[in-house]
Every structure is written in structure tokens, then in C-alpha cells.
Design a protein around this ligand. Sequence first.
Ligand code: V47
Length: 373
Amino acid sequence: MHAFQTDDSRLHTFAYKVLARERLTASDALLLYRTGDILAVGWLANHVRESMHGDKTYFNVNRHINPTNVCVAACRLCAFGRKKDAPGAYTMALEEAFETAASGYSDVVTEFHIVGGLHPDLPFQYFLDLIAGLKERFPQVHLKAFTMVEIAYLARRAKLSTEDTLRQLKAAGVDSLPGGGAEIFADRVRHIICDHKIDGDQWLETARLAHQMGLKSNATMLYGHVENDEDRVDHLMKLRNLQDETGGFQTFIPLAFHPDNTPLQHLPKTTGMTDIRQIAVSRLVLDNFPHIKAYWQMMTAKIAQIALRFGADDIDGTVIEEKIYHDAGATTPQGMRREELIRLIGEAGREPIERDTLYRPVTRTETSVTVAV
Ligand code: V47
């Protein structure tokens, strides 16, 4: 690797800090967002990424299941949710959800990613039966299910504490939680983009409780709408603080806002530079997060591939049937073959490592799949 170079003199002292693995401050993070020298930021992020993971780049074979798009919230950021009687609204009967899980299923699948709308009528028992039924039918598949927002809503509707809600879901078979619903924690922004969701402190508190119960989770940040640099820095700092406390986050996934078919469709889309910079800043600021994911469905496979040299060490999975981004105008395919992911990673000069949801390597032979423990 060539030596660090920059034409922004403010970055020199900063580079010493990164190379000495010193923690960056909020004002350091702001500078990373504002410097014109994106390649210098990328160099530093790549340095951190390679010292943590070398060339290893993780992916998995997963399937998304969205049991319902009916949602009581009417978030301006979202093109997926529908009111109960609106055209296009759907709710899967349990059998339908099991059939969806089974369609295209083979024993190479190691994860179901299960999220949906905040349905006003489905009882808590539906979700317990959904999880237990999936576990029974697919015992070897990891169930990464329900965002902090869904957990808090289910608790409220079932009149249970968040702890009891999580405990029952875990007993039914939930193995970990995805990172959605975090958006941007700052109230000012939340009021505009997702006024009906739990606030940032409640999201963090729900994650804290899940982690204390031994459930790992991911964390996301939705950027590229009405937030500013300070809001993004505040979001990253809050996640870093909670991670210091619990160590329960596995992966951070920055998500670029897709405006099509949302009430915010007048906003411009993010550009490749913004997406790449966001990956790099995330890697540099979140020094206690093991993984930074370049979600190819959101970034496009081409930008995600470049992100693997700007701080990202994970590219998500085969996905199969992504809906949330596609309702909001994403033009990426709704899934990708395992071989294609391997090719993308290899051509970025990285070493593809198939993982399960907990980042244990998965090894395959022609006839069997083994997860190293
Ligand atoms: O929470 C919704 C975002 C998230 C839009 O944990 C939108 O491994 C852009 O969290 N434009 C759901 N974004 C997706 C998510 C996720 C994805 C992949 C992997 C993991 C993981 C988690 O998508 C929502 C919201 O932040 N979202 N609508 C939109 N119009």
C-alpha cells in the first residue's frame, strides 16, 4: 500500500490519530464529511479495514421475508407501507409466509431476514407462531427478525414490557435482530421523515435490552434526505457509545435514501461519492463495530464493489426478493446469485468469505454445508 498522502493539510494530524488507533472526536468526524480529499479519507478507512480484516470480505446466502406491508405509521421516507385497505396492501397468512420461505429454498440458505409493517390488528401470537413455524420447518436457518421499531410496537400492542416481548420472541426462535428503523436519531429529522416511529432514545434502549438478553443486532443509518452532517455525526456517536456499553452490535449499514414513490420524492438521490464517503466515515468513527456493510441492493453492485476498498468488509447477501428499496425505485436486481457475489468480491481484489449471520465461516462441499463454531 502506498504511503498516506493528502492535499488537505488538516488531515495530517488526523492521520496520526487513525494510525495510532486513537478514537476520533465529533469534530474529527465533521471534518471527514467536509474535506474535499475523499481519497485520503478512503485511504485511512481502508487502512483500518485491512488491519481488522485483511482482504476478507463477508457475504451470506439469505432470503428476505416481509410478512405484511400494512403499517399504521405513515413515514415520509417509506414507499413500502400501506394502510390496511389501500391498493397493494398485503398480509401473509402463516402458511403463505412458510411457502414464501420455502420458495427457491435449498440448504445453502443460512438466514431469513424478516421485517414488515406495524400492523394494527395482527396479534402478538401471529409473530410467535411465524417464528416458531419457520424454526420448525427450517431448523438450521438463522432467523434475523424484527427491527427495534417493530419490537417496541409489538410490546405496546401486547401490553408487555420490551424485555418480555424480546424474551418470548427469542424463546420462539428469533436468533438476532436486523438494524432497520434507526434512520437518524435527531428529533428534528425524525419529525420530518418518520414522525410515527419510536424516537431515537427508544430505539437505542430497545437495542440495549436485546443485547443484554444475548441477542446480537445490527444498526443502520438512513442518510441523504433532510439531515445534515451534525445529525449524522450525532447518530454515529450514539451508536458508538451504546456499543461501548453492550458490545452487541455486529454490523453497521449506512442506507442511502431512495426518494421515488415516497412523499419526499422531490429530494435528489445520493451520488456515488456521498455513498462511498459515508462508508469510509462509518469505518473510521465506529471503531468498536466489527463490520461495515456495503448493502449492494441499496448502493448498486458497482458502488458496493468500490466500497470494499473504502472501509467496507461485508456486502450483505444473495437477498432474494428485496421489497423495501424496490418499492422506492431501486433499479438493482431483487437478488443475486452466490457465484456472482463471489466474482464481485474477487474482482475488487478481496477474499470472499461466506459467513452465517454471526460471522462464522460457512464451508461447502458438493453435498454438505458446515458452519464452523
Ligand atoms: O429501516 C425504508 C430503510 C430500512 C426507504 O440488518 C429506506 O443486515 C431508503 O434495515 N429509501 C430497512 N431506505 C432495511 C434494513 C436493512 C437492510 C439490509 C440489511 C440489514 C441488516 C438491514 O430501509 C428501513 C429504512 O431505514 N428504508 N424506506 C427508502 N425509501
